[in-house]
Structure formats: structure tokens, C-alpha cells
Ligand binder design. Structure first.
Ligand SMILES: Cc1cc2nc3c(=O)[nH]c(=O)nc-3n(C[C@H](O)[C@H](O)[C@H](O)COP(=O)(O)O)c2cc1C
Length: 184
């Protein structure tokens, strides 16, 4: 079997197909799975901010549980379903902080989202003592702002249709990809 499938090209095509039909934010929502130091799985929604070669990026608060999990176990999984093309992408890779992206990513953040990084840490019980923060004036990315890059090593793509198609993709040690059609 010599047929090749590129999960990167497929994902970009799915996002392009989403176009005006879906607001950017909802299309870019994916489920990020991490594992705790005890080996317990955890999963939550994040907005994927960029796709660059084999890397996908998002940002988070370094005081969050997910940032702690990644610090302990960098292997993560992402499940991303794009309705416009009825395609599910399951991406597996290593997550690492990408400080070089901080200023550019911070500049793109809306004030409503910036505010989360300027107040008390996520998950802290609210007791009413924390003053509201003004995110408008914060030009530089704060210490809490953590861009994360996931370098994808493996991808599983399921295209729902009649018939369904599924591809298993793995990155070789030389950085090239091998893709195999598999039974859905
Ligand atoms: C639509 C949507 C988008 C979200 N995007 C992000 C994001 O990009 N980064 C992030 O850290 N949390 C994001 N969240 C919040 C997380 O899902 C989660 O509730 C929060 O970060 C705490 O997760 P943790 O305790 O596992 O760290 C988003 C939630 C929703 C519903």
C-alpha cells in the first residue's frame, strides 16, 4: 500500500471547510487529555491557536492543573472533531512550554480572556476577597501565561461517511510520516 495520507493537510482542509459555517472559536475547540502523577486521566477543552508542521499550539495558565500534569508527564492526547468534514482527529504527542510564542499569543488575546491570567489561580475557592482586574492595560504577557506546543508523534483520523475511512499515521525517527489505512 503506497497511498499516503497527511493528517496535517487533512486538518487544515477541515478547518478551511468550516469557514463561515462555524465561528472560529468553536471550530478550534479540542479536547486535551493529560494524566496526573498518579496515572489518573483528565480531559478538558482548549482552543488550538496554531498548526505549524507537526506542532499544534494552545495557551494556558501555568498555575492550572493541566500545566502541572504536563510538567510531570509531557505525553498528551488531543481529540478534535470538525463537523464540517465529519472528521475526528486523535493526535498524540509531547507537550512543552513555548516561551517564544508568549508575546505574539498574548497580543491576540481578548481582554475577557486575558483577565483569567491576571487574577487568582484557576481552581482557587472564591471567598470574595479578590478585587476585579483590568486586562486592558496589560501589554506584556504575565508570568501565569503559558503557551504550549505539542509535537505530534502519532495521529488517528476517522472520516465519517459512507463508507467511513480511517488512517493511522506515525512519525518516523527521521521526521517523515508513514500512513496506513485501517479498518474504521
Ligand atoms: C470553549 C472553551 C475553550 C477553552 N479554552 C481554553 C484554553 O485555550 N486554555 C485553557 O487553559 N483553558 C481553556 N478552557 C477552560 C478549560 O477547559 C478548563 O476548564 C480550565 O482550563 C481548567 O482546566 P484544568 O483544571 O484541567 O487545568 C476552555 C473552555 C472552554 C469551554
Amino acid at each position: 500500500m503506497t497511498e499516503q495520507f497527511s493528517w496535517q493537510d487533512s486538518l487544515k482542509a477541515s478547518l478551511a471547510a468550516s469557514g463561515a459555517r462555524d465561528p472560529e472559536q468553536s471550530v478550534r475547540s479540542a479536547q486535551l487529555a493529560t494524566v496526573t502523577v498518579s496515572g489518573i486521566p483528565d480531559v478538558r477543552t482548549v482552543i488550538i491557536r496554531g498548526i505549524d508542521g507537526d506542532d499544534i499550539t494552545f495557551n494556558t495558565d501555568r498555575r492550572s492543573a493541566k500545566a502541572r500534569h504536563i510538567g510531570e508527564t509531557p505525553w498528551v492526547a488531543v481529540s478534535w472533531y470538525i463537523p464540517a468534514t465529519q472528521t475526528q482527529y486523535r493526535l498524540y504527542g509531547m507537550a512543552a512550554e513555548a516561551p517564544e510564542l508568549a508575546e505574539a499569543m498574548w497580543a491576540e488575546m481578548r481582554p475577557v480572556d486575558r483577565r483569567n491570567y491576571l487574577g487568582p489561580p484557576p481552581g482557587k475557592p472564591i471567598k470574595g476577597e479578590d478585587a476585579p482586574v483590568d486586562a486592558e492595560d496589560q501589554a506584556a504577557a504575565p508570568e501565569s501565561f503559558m503557551p504550549v506546543k505539542i509535537t505530534i508523534e502519532q495521529a488517528d483520523v476517522l472520516i465519517v461517511g459512507d463508507p467511513h475511512h480511517r488512517w493511522s499515521c506515525a512519525r518516523r525517527t527521521d521526521g517523515t510520516w508513514r500512513s496506513v489505512p485501517v479498518v474504521p
